[in-house]
Design a protein around this ligand. Structure first.
Ligand SMILES: Cc1cc2nc3c(=O)[nH]c(=O)nc-3n(C[C@H](O)[C@H](O)[C@H](O)COP(=O)(O)OP(=O)(O)OC[C@H]3O[C@@H](n4cnc5c(N)ncnc54)[C@H](O)[C@@H]3O)c2cc1C
Length: 319
C-alpha cells in the first residue's frame, strides 16, 4: 500500500511533518502514515490527519536511533511508501541516510519545501545551497522518495473536524544494534531547546569577551526568554554550546520575539530567524544587514543599550 510516511523524534516535529505529508498525500491520492512510540500518541496523530500509525516499541538505553533502520526498511519493503519524510534532527539525519542506503533510494537532506509535479507525480524538493544564497531543486527518481526536514519548516497539522479515523499497527522491536552506547553525559548547559522558546535573545560577535555574554543572558532573563547565538560565537569562540546557534546550518526558530545583540545579520543567520514574529536588532552599525530583516532596530553600543533595556524591563515586567 502506497503512502506518505512521516517519522520524527518529537511529537511536535511529527505533527509538522504530518502537515507537509497530508498535502502531498491529498495530491497523490494516498494516505499519510505516521510513526509513534505509544498508542496515546498514535491516537493523537490519527486525530491530526494520519490515516495509519505504526507504533514502534521504544529503544533500549544502549540503542541509538539507527537501530530502527532494519525495522523501517522491512516495513518499507512490504508497504512500498511513495515518500518518507524524516525529522532533520542530528540523530534523525543519520538514521535517514542509513535508511536511504538500505532502501537504495535518493535522499534530499535539509529539504526546506516541495511541490508535487502534476505530470510525473514526483516531489520537486527544495534545499538551500551556497550558504542560503541559492535554492536547489531536487527530484528523486527512485522510490521511496526521501527527505529530511528541520523542525519549524511547516506548521503543525491541525486536528481534524471529525473523529480520528484510521488504523494503529505495531511494528517489531528494533533488533540489538552492533553500536553500543557505553556512557551518556548530559549536556551541561544549553540543554534548553531554543526552538521551543517564545522569546530568544541572540548574542553575536559584537560581544567582546566571554564574560560579557552574561549581559545578553540577563536580558533574556529579564524578558523570560532563552539565550542563543550566531554561529561564530558557538563554533569559533566556543562561548555557547553548538545546540543554540541559529541559522541555516544551526537551529531554525519561530519565536514571538527575537532580539539580536551585536549580530550583523548575514543571510546564513537570518535564514534561521526570519520567521520570528517580531525581530528587534541592537547594533552599533546603522548599515548592518540585520536592520533589513528587523521590525525594530536600536542603533547603538550594546554595552550602553542592553543595561538600560534590562533596567526598564525589570521596572515594567514583574518576573
Ligand atoms: C556555509 C555557511 C553557513 C553558515 N551558517 C551560519 C549559521 O547557520 N548561523 C550563523 O549565525 N552564521 C552562519 N554562517 C556565518 C555567517 O556568514 C556570519 O559570518 C555570521 O552569522 C556572523 O556572525 P555575527 O553576526 O555574530 O558576527 P559579525 O558578522 O562579526 O557581526 C558582529 C556585529 O556586531 C556589531 N557590533 C560590534 N560591536 C558592537 C557593539 N559594541 N554594540 C553593538 N553592535 C556591535 C557589528 O557592527 C557587527 O554588525 C555561515 C557561513 C557560511 C559560509
Amino acid at each position: 500500500m502506497a503512502g506518505i510516511w512521516v517519522f520524527a523524534e518529537g511529537a511536535e516535529h511529527t505533527l509538522e511533518l504530518l502537515c507537509a505529508g497530508r498535502k502531498v498525500a491529498e495530491q497523490l491520492g494516498v494516505h499519510p502514515v505516521a510513526f509513534a512510540p505509544d498508542e496515546e500518541l498514535a491516537r493523537r496523530y490519527l486525530a491530526h490527519g494520519a490515516r495509519e500509525v505504526f507504533v514502534l516499541p521504544g529503544l533500549a538505553p544502549d540503542q541509538g536511533l539507527e537501530a530502527y533502520v532494519p525495522v523501517l526498511a522491512q516495513a518499507a519493503a512490504q508497504e512500498e511508501p511513495d515518500v518518507i519524510l524524516i525529522g532533520a534532527t542530528q540523530r534523525g539525519k543519520e538514521m535517514a541516510a542509513r535508511l536511504s542506503a538500505r532502501l537504495d533510494t535518493g535522499l534530499c537532506s535539509n529539504c526546506a519545501g516541495f511541490e508535487v509535479d502534476a505530470g510525473s507525480g514526483r516531489l520537486v524538493m527544495e534545499r538551500l545551497m551556497y550558504g542560503g544564497a541559492g535554492v536547489q531543486k531536487v527530484v528523486c527518481t527512485t522510490r521511496p522518495q526521501m527527505a529530511t526536514i528541520a523542525a519549524r519548516a511547516f506548521e503543525p497539522a491541525p486536528a481534524g473536524e471529525d473523529d480520528a479515523k484510521g488504523t494503529i499497527r505495531s511494528l517489531a522491536a528494533a533488533p540489538s544494534s552492533p553500536v553500543k552506547v557505553l556512557h551518556r553525559t548530559p549536556a551541561a548547559r544549553g540543554s534548553v531547546d531554543v526552538t521551543e522558546a517564545k522569546i530568544v535573545v541572540c548574542v553575536g560577535r559584537g560581544i567582546e569577551k566571554k564574560e560579557d555574554v552574561k549581559l545578553a543572558r540577563d536580558l533574556a532573563d529579564a524578558l523570560g526568554g532563552e539565550l542563543a547565538c550566531s554561529r561564530p560565537v558557538a563554533e569559533e569562540l566556543r562561548w555557547l554550546p553548538e545546540e543554540v546557534y541559529l541559522g541555516i546550518s544551526g537551529k531554525k526558530i519561530k519565536p514571538q520575539l527575537y532580539v539580536g545583540v551585536g549580530v550583523s545579520g548575514q543571510i546564513q543567520h537570518v535564514t534561521g530567524i526570519r520567521d520570528s514574529r517580531v525581530i528587534l536588532a541592537i547594533n552599533k552599525d546603522e548599515n548592518a544587514p540585520i536592520f533589513e530583516a528587523a521590525d525594530y532596530g536600536i542603533v547603538g553600543d550594546l554595552y550602553q543599550v542592553v543595561p538600560i533595556l534590562i533596567d526598564e524591563l525589570k521596572k515594567t515586567l514583574k518576573h
